[in-house]
Design a protein around this ligand. Structure first.
Ligand code: MGD
Ligand code: MGD
Ligand code: MO
Length: 704
């Protein structure tokens, strides 16, 4: 989403910098954008399809590649039924205009209930809360960062992540601006993060205790008569029920569970409720945990009860140039949850997908409906889903696996065929998804910088061809699929985008691809504006503060609060993101990995002393699922009792063809996260708060 200026000389990149004229990012650039040059030039990046043979990877023609995939998937469908073919769609899919438009076509053609994606290792609980409260899973509340006077950050580290479900280029400056205009930033996190360092106040919290914290905040607000639902309040149902629920959670009752003092909770509640322009914002620290859906719901309730929902400076909704929320007339989606369950553990479906935490067991548990063939698009689930080691193992048993990806990494090394798309600078881009979750309404289109090299294909072309081949049924249906493929190939992604822009809310302003091409620095469409009640998609057009699925989940939280014991407890583990990493897949860029080793375990000095471990030592971290060894970094930035490791490392595995990444080693956090630990309501992976033991590791040869 950041505007960048790329200088080239005879087809080679000579420099990448932030575009100072960009309407949204105003010159900001992060290390990942600079590393686009490495990605573009990377000799390990595949340009042409390959198949795995006994003597290694062999380049094949597109025709052969498509035929192999069609044959491999259809054979399994024939022998074992449609659900025996599983799909996994990774995070970069939504960062690609063409891929995001065409992935749904392939999934539709596959007609399998074993559909998975990164959603359930990330933001699924946020979608559920939005669906149940506002009627649509994409009606996600975005903090009005430019006008708020009190930002309560719960489980997010925007200074490292650049803001998420809060697209905010140069978030550091925007946070500092809050202080400059006399406002406050308060961070709740088990680690004193880069964001916490910039904040007015930071409070440690025990991983997974956020729902209890927010209930206690609500308790104080009602007890002291500070609720002010305001005009949005007229649209809400269930305020009285929220009041009686909150009455059960006094600050004193949750101090042991949260690790926060009652006094701190009271101060936050009062300041938050009495500041006119305030907003609470939670991200993956609240969604990837055992009480994910409860936390996401309660944070929105907190905003609503205090009059901070759909108002300036509060939690607002975007008005994106390309609609992601269907019109009220065409929307039929509410209630797309739990229509079917996963075979082995009975985890619930959401929007046609099952939780990724179920994927490994669906592959390695024999029986009817077992996954026997797999297709991935832009995903690396071996490194990014819980108990990745089990998945790694399970994938060995697959009868057929095809990957649409340009790297041979921890996951795709298992593939029989890999179909690589062009690189990111060889395609056009309009960020449909990330504009829709941005702190300001803007629009920007970028044409491909470099022409597509001959003999290569776009993601959308690969997906469209496979969708056409996998469509079955009557001859008429197949014929229609072929015709449609021919038509969209003619219109192209640009044409499809143009159609969406013309259907969008700025058609009167003549927003079109051509207009965006004439404005390469992007078009500013203004600050966020109040969107309710028109934007609501609930059947009664109102906001439901107490969805029954969520209130029914409260006893599970109560049980956890009741059993929280003070004093000595074992260690629990959380994750971390860094500016120079991008989940699992950009470590093959020299400039992103050089310098100090980063795959280190953070631990509080008291916890280290108790185990006689010292800074720089090699330690073994063990959980229910496995053990890894990493270097220890002792730091008081951690809450005592909590340790922290980044995810996405551990590339030195047999068959991985990432020369730079493999040389930088590290271990995969997800080898020791637990596929059986999920938010029981949503099925989302619970990465936060995995119980672990830490002891001295094997001394490295260099250390002896
Ligand atoms: N540089 C960089 N930027 C990225 C990414 C990247 O890999 N690298 N990934 C992108 C993606 S896919 C996403 S989804 C976003 C994520 O965006 P963020 O959510 O902002 O990312 P994190 O830095 O993981 O922040 C989560 C925070 O939650 C804290 N936390 C952990 N457990 C708990 C808990 O139980 N309670 C509370 N209150 N806090 C907890 C962690 O310490 C951490 O600081 O970032 C995006 N941006
Ligand atoms: N323990 C722990 N685990 C986590 C997280 C955490 O905080 N802690 N974060 C989770 C989150 S928020 C996310 S989003 C997931 C991410 O999980 P995934 O989406 O599964 O993995 P990525 O690391 O994003 O890998 C992306 C893959 O896409 C490929 N790729 C990149 N660009 C393109 C493209 O344009 N087209 C195609 N076809 N392929 C492309 C890359 O080569 C790589 O193989 O990880 C999750 N896992
Ligand atoms: Mo994510």
């Amino acid at each position: 989403m950041c505007g960048i200026a790329i200088e080239t000389n005879q087809g080679r990149i000579t420099g990448i910098r932030g575009d100072a004229l960009d309407a949204f990012s105003r010159g900001h650039i992060c290390p990942k954008a600079v590393a686009l040059q490495d990605l573009h030039d990377d000799p390990d990046r595949l340009r042409y399809p390959v198949k795995r043979t006994a003597s290694g990877w062999q380049r094949i023609s597109w025709r052969e590649a498509f035929a192999l995939v069609e044959r491999g998937l259809k054979q399994v469908q024939r022998e074992h039924g449609r659900d025996a073919v599983a799909s996994y769609v990774g995070n970069p899919t939504v960062h690609s205009l063409g891929a995001s438009m065409f992935v749904p076509r392939l999934l539709k053609a596959l007609r399998t209930k074993n559909r998975y994606s990164a959603t359930s290792v990330d933001q699924l609980p946020h979608h559920l809360a939005a669906m149940w409260m506002f009627g649509h899973p994409l009606l996600l509340p975005i903090p009005d960062l430019e006008r708020t006077q009190y930002l309560l950050v719960i489980g997010a580290n925007p200074v490292a992540s650049n803001g998420s479900l809060m697209t905010a280029p140069d978030v550091t400056k925007r946070l500092k601006d809050i202080h400059t205009r006399g406002g406050r930033v308060v961070v709740i996190d088990p680690r004193r993060t880069e964001t916490a360092e910039l904040a007015s106040a930071h409070h440690f919290i025990r991983p997974g205790a956020d729902a209890a914290l927010v209930l206690a905040l609500l308790h104080v607000i009602f007890a002291e008569g500070l609720e002010r639902p305001g005009s949005t309040g007229d649209l809400t149902d269930g305020l009285a029920d929220v009041r009686s629920i909150a009455a059960r959670y006094s600050p004193e009752q949750v101090t042991t569970f949260t690790g926060m003092s009652a006094e701190a909770i009271r101060t936050i509640a009062r300041d938050f409720a009495t500041t006119n322009q305030a907003v609470a914002y939670g991200r993956i620290g609240v969604s990837t945990q055992e009480f994910g859906a409860l936390s996401c719901w309660l944070i929105t309730v907190l905003n609503a009860v205090t009059g901070h929902l759909d108002v300036q400076g509060g939690a607002m909704f975007t008005r994106p140039a390309v609609r992601v929320v269907e019109s009220r007339r065409t929307y039929r989606g509410a209630g797309r949850f739990g229509r079917w369950k996963s075979r082995v553990r009975g985890l619930p479906e959401f929007a046609g997908e099952l939780p990724a935490a179920a994927m490994a067991e669906e592959m390695d548990t024999a029986g009817t409906g077992q996954i026997r063939a797999f297709i991935t698009h832009a995903g690396n689930p071996v490194l990014s889903t819980p108990n990745g080691a089990r998945l790694d193992q399970a994938m060995e048993g697959l009868q057929f696996y095809a990957a649409i990806d340009f790297y041979i990494n921890e996951t795709t090394r298992h593939a029989h065929v890999i179909l690589p798309p062009v690189g990111p600078l060889e395609r056009e881009q309009y960020d449909v998804v990330f504009h829709a979750f941005a702190i300001r309404n803007t629009a920007k289109y970028a044409a491909a910088l470099f022409p597509k090299p001959s003999g290569t294909k776009h993601d959308w072309q690969i997906l469209s061809e496979l969708a056409t081949r996998m469509t079955d049924g009557s001859l008429g249906k197949k014929f229609r699929a072929r015709i449609e493929h021919a038509i969209v190939s003619c219109i192209g992604v640009r044409g499809l985008l143009n159609r969406e822009l013309k259907r969008g809310p700025y058609s009167a302003e003549k927003l079109s691809v051509r207009m965006l091409e004439q404005n390469p620095h992007g078009v500013d469409l203004g600050p966020l504006v109040p969107m309710f009640p028109a934007a609501l998609r609930t059947t009664n057009g109102r906001i439901n503060l107490i969805p029954s699925a969520l209130t029914a989940d409260l006893p599970r939280l109560d049980a956890a609060i009741a059993t929280a014991a003070p004093g000595a407890r074992g260690l629990v583990m959380i994750g971390r993101r860094e500016l120079r990493s991008n989940n699992s897949w950009m470590h093959n860029s020299e400039r992103l990995v050089r310098g100090k080793r980063r795959c280190t375990l953070f631990m509080h000095p008291a916890d280290a002393a108790q185990r006689t471990l010292s800074d720089g030592a090699r330690v073994a971290v063990r959980s229910r699922t496995g053990e890894i060894e990493v270097e220890l970094e002792v730091t008081d930035a951690m809450m005592p009792g909590v340790v922290c490791l980044p995810h996405g490392w551990g590339h030195a595995r047999e068959g991985v063809q990432l020369r730079v990444a493999a040389a930088h080693g590290g271990a995969s956090l997800n080898d020791i996260t637990d596929d059986q630990r999920v938010d029981a309501l949503s099925g989302n992976a619970a990465f936060c708060g995995v119980p672990v033991e830490v002891r001295p590791g094997t001394p490295t040869p260099s250390a002896t």
